[in-house]
Design a protein around this ligand. Structure first.
Ligand SMILES: Nc1nc2c(ncn2[C@@H]2O[C@H](COP(=O)(O)OP(=O)(O)O)[C@@H](O)[C@H]2O)c(=O)[nH]1
Ligand SMILES: [Mg+2]
Length: 300
């Protein structure tokens, strides 16, 4: 299979050396590995070059820009992305490649003691739930740093995330354009070297997920907005009607407010339904375009 392993690095000298040696040990040839460096000052790229591996300097800043640079630089049918800190065992690559899905996430199920602090584990769980709610997916570890994605599934992607939100952006894009996402349980080890991700990054990822939902799954947020307007509007309207009919008291201002809330809610609801239809149409068009691109016949 035509794949490339992409390793984003930032001052990851020690971790990269161990990661590369392990990749060789499981039979990944050096020409199938690309290191994308974020401007390390500890000689990270030298570690790669000493082993005959290509190391390029990323455009922009942060992990997301590094992945973006890699996708632009190398062409392969499948991209396997993996942290270069020795946390993800290379043995799982073959399992990721064996699955027939547009994206295969290595879901961290078997954690080595000390590999993930309780706060990170909880944050990770919470962010995955948040993502599932906003994007309508059923994933268990959307932020895993080890995944394989087909080039076809990300070919028309317009990246907007920065930093550590890249994993959720790829998953949001694949899921919302009719792609399939699978998960494979993997082991997760203690990190070699210093961690770059902090708790603040978690908050940014959560905020970015809302923006992703607006872009990729607007129906959910619009329905939520519709409910938040229409439900209080209906309750208020019922109260106004009750006072008028049974007690003869007329609350004009509250009546107008209730009407405005219900009208606003209905409009948002109608737009939500419309976006659902548009989304379905987009998915059908994309699938047809991919079929044409592959030269396969149209389904009967
Ligand atoms: N190219 C590049 N790599 C980065 C950057 N920040 C982090 N990385 C790499 O991305 C991977 C994940 O970083 P890490 O600190 O382990 O974050 P975590 O695994 O999400 O906790 C590691 O291989 C880092 O060296 C960056 O700005 N540019
Ligand atoms: Mg890591």
């Amino acid at each position: 299979m035509d794949y490339v392993v992409i390793l984003p690095t930032l001052n990851e000298r020690e971790g990269l050396a161990k990661t590369l040696d392990e990749l060789f040990a499981v039979g990944v040839p050096s020409e199938r590995i690309l290191v994308v460096d974020g401007g390390s000052t500890d000689g990270t790229c030298d570690v790669a070059r000493e082993r005959g591996i290509r190391c390029i300097l990323q455009e922009g800043r942060g992990k997301a820009d590094a992945i973006k640079t890699a996708l632009k630089t190398v062409k392969a049918d499948v991209y396997v992305v993996m942290d270069a800190d020795f946390t993800y065992p290379a043995e799982h690559i073959k399992e990721l490649l064996a699955r027939d899905c547009d994206e295969v996430i290595g879901a961290r199920r078997h954690l080595e003691p000390g590999s993930q602090r309780l706060l990170y584990r909880f944050g990770n769980w919470l962010l995955t739930r948040w993502f599932n709610l906003l994007l309508g997916t059923k994933l268990s570890d959307v932020l895993s740093g080890m995944y394989a994605v087909r080039r076809e599934a990300v070919a028309d992607m317009e990246f907007s995330s920065s930093g550590f939100g890249i994993e959720s952006e790829i998953a949001a894009h694949v899921a919302s354009t009719g792609g399939t996402i699978c998960e494979v349980p993997i082991k997760y080890r203690r990190r070699v070297g210093r961690k770059k991700l902090s708790a603040q990054h978690g908050l940014k990822i959560a905020k970015d997920m809302v923006l992703l939902a607006l872009r990729y799954n607007p129906a959910f947020l619009l329905s939520l907005g519709a409910a938040l307007l229409a439900v209080p509007g209906l309750l208020l309207g019922a109260w106004v009607a009750y006072k008028w009919i049974f007690l003869g008291v007329k609350h004009y201002v509250w009546g107008i407010i209730a009407f405005a809330l219900v009208a606003g809610g209905s409009a948002a609801g109608a737009v939500a339904v419309l976006t659902l239809y548009l989304k379905r149409m987009e998915i059908r068009v994309l699938k047809a375009l991919r079929r044409i691109g592959r030269g396969s016949p149209q389904p009967q």
